[in-house]
Design a protein around this ligand. Structure first.
Ligand code: HEM
Length: 443
């Protein structure tokens, strides 16, 4: 956004002015998340204004017209399931108001910002590699990758006294799992994943060359995440796709280069943004299930010994790590017609934002939600979305990675201990850690 444009929503002509439901609380500003997830604020929103109006202002770093904010589990699920009333296509899934900028919306659109029936056809292109059955066949591979990663991390921790759990552990497994599936040569992976970090952490100056709420990013409005770095990935895909055209292959680059949807090939831009979606979704999110998972293990030292003694708890522990860590903080929908949520009237065209971490701590669904309980069953968390057509494509891969990580760590480490202050990503979009100094105490 351009800082000059950041007028309060109530001043936007043609829009009803509406006060903030809970003006004393901020769950939108990127700075908030540098200090940790705002659980106390989420709890207050959920209990007093589960369907709350939030204005976008200079203070919270956003320049749109404001939106409805959902923090209760039932509402998040209801909105995600009703894709006809709550569209991903009309204005995209980011809070930024792309519906007023048709060229940018079109240039950035992926299946995530597409409603059925076209969404279904796009998703079918990549479903086979990510189905539950397909992912089961990757289990052995995941186990050996995780063994390599952890053995290296334990050796480094032994030599130097501590390691950064994000860099040494959490970042590694997702990247190694997804590189081959994407069809990326191993030699290109470090550069590509470095670009992915710069793109998705677009509000964090430690990563982004154009910090989204501090720089004029209008020149990049046609690029995903308004990041100039996206162009590098789009160019990369263009170069590799040319060589894959007409050549059969099951990797994502080959599939996209040869796909026909309704009889038409995907445009170069569509291939590029599709690839970028998988590059980011396939590694940035799972990384933080593992990074926050490590932090949760440091805070709950009984867990690793329990998992070692009772490996039958690995499945429920995996779900609890996913509920607790919830790496994706929100997505957005747009109401296609006048409707109601929880008795609150929503007008056609208004934005609705679903906060997954808040819904995962809803006490009407999860008993003692602020207790990390590896035996919690059932555990209907919305870490992968609230259901409906966009339910996470990579959910089975993410589960495999978290489970493999817990099993392998329990075999090797007696416990993990904090060796310094963790540092969090400046983002209201990804619930991420960027530094996690750890002692990995061997058995
Ligand atoms: C813990 C890890 C993960 C989390 C928290 C996560 C979270 C989510 C969420 C919340 C959505 C729903 C978006 C919406 O409804 O608008 C989603 C969709 C998606 N996820 Fe994941 N994800 C994870 C891992 C993965 C992995 C490993 C991949 C593999 C490539 C992946 C690929 C995708 C894709 C492509 C979509 C869009 C699906 C569609 O539009 O049909 N995700 N993810």
């Amino acid at each position: 956004m351009s800082p000059a444009d950041s007028s309060p929503a109530t001043n936007v002509p043609g829009r009803a002015s509406r006060p903030d439901s809970l003006p004393h609380l901020d769950i939108l500003g990127h700075d908030v998340y540098e200090h940790g997830a705002p659980h106390a604020a989420y709890d207050e929103f959920r209990s007093t204004a589960p369907v709350a109006w939030i204005n976008e202002t200079a203070a919270n770093g956003h320049d749109g017209h404001g939106f409805w904010s959902l923090t209760a589990h039932r509402d998040v699920v209801a909105v995600h399931k009703d894709w006809r009333t709550f569209s991903s296509e009309v204005g995209g899934t980011e809070i930024e108001e792309l519906e007023h900028d048709a060229p940018a919306l079109a240039a950035r659109r992926t299946m995530l910002e597409t409603d059925p029936p076209r969404h279904t056809k796009l998703r079918q292109l990549v479903n086979p590699a990510f189905s539950r059955m397909a992912v089961e066949t990757y289990a052995q591979h995941a186990t050996s990758l995780m063994a390599e990663v952890l053995d290296d991390a334990m050796a480094a921790a032994h030599t130097t006294g501590s390691v950064d759990g994000v860099r040494a552990v959490a970042r590694e497994l997702p990247i190694r799992m997804i590189t081959g599936l994407l069809g990326v040569p191993d030699a290109d992976a470090p550069q590509l994943f470095h670009w992915a970090d710069q793109i998705v952490y677009n509000a964090d100056p430690d990563y982004s060359p154009a910090v989204s709420d501090r720089t004029d990013t209008d020149p990049y409005r046609l690029l995903p995440f308004r990041s100039p770095v996206s162009l590098k990935v789009l160019d990369y895909v263009q170069r590799l796709s040319a060589a894959r055209r007409g050549v059969a292959g099951g990797d994502v680059l080959s599939v996209l280069a040869n796909a026909l949807v309704d009889g038409h090939p995907l445009t170069e831009r569509e291939q590029g943004t599709f690839f970028l979606l998988l590059l980011i979704a396939g590694n940035e999110t799972t990384r933080h299930a593992l990074s926050h998972g490590l932090l949760a293990l440091a805070e709950h030292p009984d867990v690793l010994p329990r998992l070692r003694a009772q490996p039958e708890l690995l499945d429920s522990a995996t779900e609890e790590v996913l509920r607790w860590t919830c790496p994706q903080l929100h997505f957005r929908r747009t109401a296609t017609a006048a409707t109601e949520i929880g008795g609150i009237k929503i007008a056609a065209g208004e934005k609705v934002v679903t906060w997954y971490l808040a819904a995962n701590f809803d006490p009407t669904v999860f008993a003692d939600p602020h207790t990390f309980d590896i035996e919690r069953t059932p555990n209907p968390h919305v870490t992968f979305g609230g259901g409906g057509p966009h339910l996470c494509l990579g959910q089975w891969m993410a589960r495999l990675e978290v489970r493999t990580f817990l099993a392998a760590l329990a075999q090797r480490a007696d416990r993990v201990e904090l060796a310094g202050e963790p540092r969090r990503v400046r983002s209201n979009f990804i619930n991420g850690l960027k530094l996690l100094p750890l002692h990995l105490v061997p058995r």
